[in-house]
Design a binder for this molecule. Structure first.
Ligand SMILES: Nc1nc2c(ncn2[C@@H]2O[C@H](COP(=O)(O)OP(=O)(O)OP(=O)(O)O)[C@@H](O)[C@H]2O)c(=O)[nH]1
Length: 671
C-alpha cells in the first residue's frame, strides 16, 4: 500500500501540519548546528594562522635583536683589535695634546655617525670617563669630581679588560642618560699590551631597537612586540610600549598583580603561545621568545578581537549570506503560501459574493427576505429584501413597536398571540398575516417561517427566519376561489333556463332524503313535461322553443318559493321540483298551482291539440323515507313521479296527477 494515503489516513490534517513544521524546525536546527560547528572550526583555523604568524614574528624579531647585539659586540671587537685606534689612544694617554685629543675625538665621532652609536666615550682602566666625542679632554685633577662608570659598566669594564674581549651591558637605566640604553665596553691595549682603558659605546635602546620591533607589514593595527626582562618581582619593559596611551617611558609592573598578563607569564618562564591580557588589560594572543644570549624576552602580541575580527567578519558574512538565503527561501515559501491563501480567500470571497448575489436575486425573485429577531433588544435585523417587504430602507433595524404598528388591525391580536406562543414554547413559527406598510399604507400579505433558539454569542433568545411577500399569491388564490365557486355554481346550473340542472338535483336529493328521514317528514317530487313541445319547436323554431323553455322555467321558479324547494331542469323540456316536508296533498296543490302558472303565461301554441297556449303535465308523488335506503327511496320517488306524469299525459295533458296505487287521482285541466 502506498505510504501517502496511509499517512493522510492516520494523521489528521492539523497533526500533519505540526509534523511538517517539526521536521522543518529539526532540519533548520541541524543546519544551524552544522553551520555553527563549521564557524567554530573556521575560527580555530584562523586562530591557528594568527598564532603561526605571531610565532614567526616573535622568533624573527628575537633573532634580529640577538643579531643586532652580536653585531655591536663585533663592532666592539673590531675596535679592540684596531691598531690605529690602539696607537691613537696610546699617544693620547701618553700626551693628551689637543691634537691627539682631536684625533681620538674624531674617531669617537666617527663611531657615533658611521656606526650610529648614540654616544662613544673613552674610559680609563679605573672607569673614569676621560673623553667623549665633543668635549675637551679631562685630566684627572686631584679633588675634582670625576664622572665614573656606573657599577654595571664598571664590572663590565673589568671583565672586558680581563678577557680582552668586548663585554655588553644589558639594557638598563642609570643617571648617566635620560633613556634606557645598551652599552658595550671594548678594551683597548697599548703597544705593550698594557691596558689603557676602554671605548664605551652607548646605544639608545628605544631609538635603535624600536625599528627592529616594528611589526612586519600587517593589517592588524594592534600588532605589537614587547621587549621585557624580569627584575626580581618586577617585569621591566625595556622599550616603552607603543600602544599604551599613558605608558611611562620606564614601565614595569609587579608580577603578582597581573598573573594573566602575557608579559608576566613570559617573565615567569612561559614560552610559545600565550593567552591572556596585555598591559592595557585587553585580551591578546601572544608568542614569547627568548632573545639569544640575553635575559630579554620578546613578546609579540595582537589583540584577540582584532586578530579574529576578520575571520569572524568573514564567517559572519557567510552565515549572514546563508541566513539571508534561508530567509529568502522561507520568505518566498511564506509569500507563496500567503499568496495561495489569499487566492483561496479571494476565490472563497468571490464564491460567497456570487452566492450572496444569487441569494439576493433569488430572494428578490421569490420576494423572500431573511431576518433575525432578538427578544432582549426587541429588534429585527433584516436583509435588504425583508426591509423592502416591510417598506423600510435597506439594512434598517425594525423595532417591535414598528412591527406591531404595521400589523393589520384585524389580524394584530391573533398574530401577536401566535408570536408570543412561539416565543414561550421556542417552537417553530409558520404563519401568514396582513400588514399595512407605514411608508405607503399599502396592504400586503406576508408569510413568515421562523425558529426560536438561543444565540450562543449573545446568550439571548433569537428567532431567525424568512419573510415572504405573498400578496400576489393571495390575490390569485382568492381570485381562483371565486372562479372555482363560480364554476361550481355553473356546473350545477342549467345555462339556458338558469335553473338547477340534473346534477344539482341528484346532489340535493340524498341530502333532502336524509333530512326528511331524520325529521320523519315526507318528501315530494314533481316531474313536469311541456305538452307537445316537439310541435312547438316545429312551428316556432328551435330558438322560439328555447325562449319558451326559459319562460316556463322562470314561471316554475317563481311559483316555488318555499324554503328548501328546488326547481331543476331535468332534461329537454322536462323539469323536476323537489318539495321537502310536503305531503301528498301539498304536492298535489303545488302541482296544480304550477299547471295554472304555466297556463297563465298564455304562451301561444297554435299547433297544440290541448289548447292554443303552452301547457304542462305534472306527475307528483310523496314518500316518507323512514328507514328506507336513500338510493332505493330516491329511485322509487322518480319511478312513482314518472308513472304519475305518464298518467297525466295519457289522460289528456295540461294536468297534474298524484301517484296512487290506482291511477284515478288525476287533476283535470283548469279553464
Ligand atoms: N327548442 C328546444 N327544444 C328542445 C329542447 N330539448 C328538447 N327539445 C325538444 O322537445 C321535444 C320533445 O318532444 P317529445 O319528446 O316528442 O314530446 P312532445 O312533443 O312534447 O309530446 P308530449 O310530451 O307527448 O306531449 C323534441 O322535439 C326536442 O327536440 C331544447 O332545449 N330546446
Amino acid at each position: 500500500m502506498p505510504i501517502a494515503p496511509l499517512f493522510s489516513r492516520w494523521l489528521p490534517r492539523l497533526w500533519r501540519r505540526w509534523l511538517l513544521a517539526a521536521i522543518l524546525l529539526a532540519l533548520l536546527l541541524l543546519v544551524g548546528a552544522r553551520v555553527w560547528q563549521a564557524y567554530q572550526q573556521r575560527v580555530e583555523t584562523y586562530r591557528h594562522q594568527v598564532e603561526t604568524a605571531l610565532r614567526a614574528v616573535s622568533q624573527l624579531q628575537a633573532a634580529n635583536i640577538a643579531d643586532w647585539r652580536v653585531r655591536h659586540l663585533g663592532d666592539a671587537a673590531d675596535l679592540t683589535n684596531d691598531p690605529l685606534l690602539m696607537d691613537a689612544v696610546a699617544h693620547w694617554a701618553a700626551a693628551p695634546t689637543p691634537e691627539q685629543t682631536s684625533i681620538l675625538q674624531e674617531r669617537l665621532r666617527s663611531l657615533e655617525e658611521n656606526l650610529r652609536y648614540t654616544a662613544a666615550f673613552f674610559v680609563d682602566t679605573r672607569g673614569v670617563v676621560r673623553l667623549d666625542s665633543a668635549s675637551q679632554a679631562r685630566a684627572p685633577e686631584p679633588g675634582a669630581p670625576q664622572r665614573t662608570l656606573d657599577p654595571p659598566e664598571t664590572q663590565a669594564l673589568r671583565r672586558a679588560l680581563d678577557s680582552a674581549q668586548p663585554v655588553g651591558v644589558e639594557l638598563h637605566r642609570s643617571a648617566a642618560f635620560a633613556f634606557p640604553f645598551f652599552g658595550v665596553l671594548a678594551p683597548i691595549y697599548g703597544p705593550d699590551n698594557g691596558p689603557l682603558g676602554a671605548i664605551w659605546l652607548v646605544l639608545h635602546a628605544q631609538a635603535r631597537l624600536a625599528p627592529l620591533l616594528e611589526t612586519l607589514p600587517n593589517s592588524n593595527r594592534s600588532a605589537e612586540s614587547l621587549l621585557v626582562r624580569r627584575e626580581g618581582p618586577w617585569v621591566q619593559y625595556l622599550i616603552p610600549p607603543r600602544l599604551g596611551d599613558a605608558a611611562p617611558q620606564d614601565m614595569r609592573q609587579i608580577m603578582d598583580d597581573a598573573p594573566l598578563d602575557v608579559a608576566v607569564q613570559a617573565a615567569h618562564g612561559e614560552r610559545g603561545i600565550l593567552h591572556g591580557v596585555d598591559y592595557r588589560g585587553r585580551p591578546v594572543l601572544a608568542f614569547a621568545s627568548t632573545v639569544r644570549d640575553t635575559p630579554w624576552i620578546l613578546v609579540a602580541k595582537v589583540d584577540q578581537d582584532e586578530a579574529l575580527a576578520q575571520a569572524q567578519r568573514n564567517e559572519w558574512m557567510g552565515m549572514a549570506l546563508l541566513a539571508s538565503l534561508l530567509l529568502l527561501l522561507g520568505g518566498s515559501a511564506f509569500a507563496g503560501w500567503q499568496w495561495q491563501a489569499r487566492r483561496r480567500e479571494q476565490a472563497l470571497r468571490n464564491e460567497l459574493q456570487y452566492s450572496l448575489h444569487w441569494l439576493d436575486s433569488a430572494q428578490k425573485a421569490a420576494r423572500v427576505g431573511y431576518f433575525a429577531y432578538y427578544a432582549r433588544s426587541e429588534e429585527f435585523f433584516m436583509s435588504s429584501m425583508a426591509s423592502a417587504i416591510f417598506g423600510l430602507p435597506p439594512q434598517e433595524r425594525m423595532t417591535l413597536r414598528q412591527w406591531v404598528a404595521m400589523l393589520h388591525p384585524e389580524n394584530r391580536a391573533e398574530v401577536m398571540q401566535v408570536h408570543r406562543q412561539a416565543l414561550q414554547q421556542c417552537s417553530p413559527l409558520h404563519t401568514q398575516y396582513r400588514i399595512v406598510r407605514t411608508c405607503d399604507q399599502q396592504e400586503r400579505w406576508v408569510q413568515v417561517w421562523g425558529e426560536y433558539a438561543m444565540d450562543p454569542q449573545q446568550n439571548t433568545l433569537r428567532m431567525t427566519g424568512t419573510v415572504q411577500d405573498i400578496t400576489e399569491r393571495r390575490q390569485s388564490e382568492e381570485q381562483l376561489d371565486r372562479y372555482r365557486h363560480t364554476l361550481e355554481e355553473q356546473v350545477r346550473l342549467d345555462p339556458l333556463t338558469q335553473l338547477a340542472n340534473r346534477r344539482a338535483l341528484d346532489e340535493a336529493l340524498p341530502l333532502a332524503w336524509a333530512q326528511a328521514q331524520q325529521r320523519r317528514r315526507p318528501l315530494a317530487l314533481l316531474m313536469i313535461d311541456i305538452d307537445h313541445f316537439k310541435a312547438y319547436n316545429d312551428h316556432y323554431g328551435h330558438v322560439g322553443g328555447d325562449h319558451c323553455l326559459q319562460q316556463v322555467a322562470a314561471a316554475l321558479a317563481t311559483a316555488t318559493q318555499r324554503q328548501g324547494e328546488l326547481v331543476a331542469r331535468y332534461g329537454g323540456e322536462e323539469f323536476a321540483v323537489l318539495l321537502p316536508d310536503a305531503d301528498s296533498a301539498q304536492a298535489r296543490v303545488t302541482a296544480q298551482r304550477l299547471c295554472a302558472t304555466v297556463r297563465a303565461l298564455a304562451l301561444e301554441h297554435l299547433t297544440s291539440p290541448v289548447r292554443h297556449c303552452v301547457t304542462i303535465s305534472v306527475g307528483a308523488t310523496c314518500l316518507y323515507p323512514e328507514n328506507s335506503a336513500p338510493a332505493q327511496g330516491i329511485a322509487l320517488l322518480f319511478e312513482q313521479a314518472d308513472a304519475a306524469l305518464y298518467q297525466a299525459k295519457n289522460t289528456g295533458r295540461d294536468r297534474a296527477v298524484l301517484w296512487a296505487e290506482q291511477p284515478q287521482d288525476a287533476t283535470a285541466p283548469g279553464p
